[in-house]
Design a protein around this ligand. Structure first.
Ligand SMILES: [Zn+2]
Length: 224
């Protein structure tokens, strides 16, 4: 009887998020894989996101879904989609990221080529401005800058991952009024309406092809 009671949440979870039955996925994380949108079917390139959730961080599958939807919108002209291919938990020592050392350390063990690693944390301090927090960062491991990943704070809005993916696809910050890569405070256009401008798209396309060619990214042929 006790066994049945213990199994019940798993069975209920499996209806919503079948990954709960995958021994490689922690049950509490299963919905990040199953209840987030996969690559839109019209995309030629589908890139995997490997998520890592810090113990104590409060991002939810719905939060991640909103980040994905916005990234789909911005990367449509690049024919690129994204899909969550896995998630694991990382230790609470990374929930609050104070230092550059932590940003290096968080990805050091888990880095692999072919997918984009995305770390979900509670707090991400600005390492340049004491006391300030940032919402996301595209980080290069300082001892080997070919190894890079994205870190997202739970305080970020739905546009932050798309902005960091812009960096991952080779974009610096810019001065274009319509660009999501321009962080200068301005009312128009609103964050939701900011895009990659044509000059930026050109870079994204080049970087996309270069990363697919050298294996730092792989495209998934049959997203889940
Ligand atoms: Zn940036």
């Amino acid at each position: 009887m006790l066994g049945l009671l213990v199994m019940l949440p798993l069975v209920l979870g499996a209806q919503q998020c079948p990954s709960v039955l995958d021994p490689a996925v922690e049950p509490r994380l299963a919905c990040f894989v199953d209840a987030t949108p996969a690559c839109p079917p019209d995309r030629r390139y589908c890139v995997g996101l490997q998520l890592h959730l810090a113990d104590g961080a409060e991002q939810t599958p719905a939060w991640m879904a909103a980040e994905l939807e916005h990234a789909f919108k911005l990367f449509a002209p690049a024919d690129v989609g994204f899909t969550v291919v896995g998630i694991d938990a990382i230790s609470a020592e990374f929930a609050v990221m104070h230092t550059a050392d932590q940003r290096d350390e968080v990805g050091r063990q888990q880095f692999t080529r072919g997918v984009i690693h995305v770390y979900l944390v509670a707090q991400l301090d600005d390492v340049d401005i004491p006391g300030a927090q940032i919402r996301g960062v595209h980080w290069r491991q300082r001892s080997n800058t070919d190894k890079r990943w994205i870190i997202l704070s739970q305080i970020g809005s739905n546009v932050v991952m798309a902005h960091e993916l812009g960096h991952f696809f080779g974009l610096p910050h810019s001065r274009y009024t319509d660009s999501i890569m321009n962080k200068r405070p301005r009312e128009q256009p609103p964050w939701d309406a900011r895009v990659f401008v044509p000059q930026e798209l050109e870079i994204v396309l080049k970087q996309r092809d270069a990363m697919l060619r050298d294996g730092s990214l792989e495209t998934i042929s049959s997203p889940r």
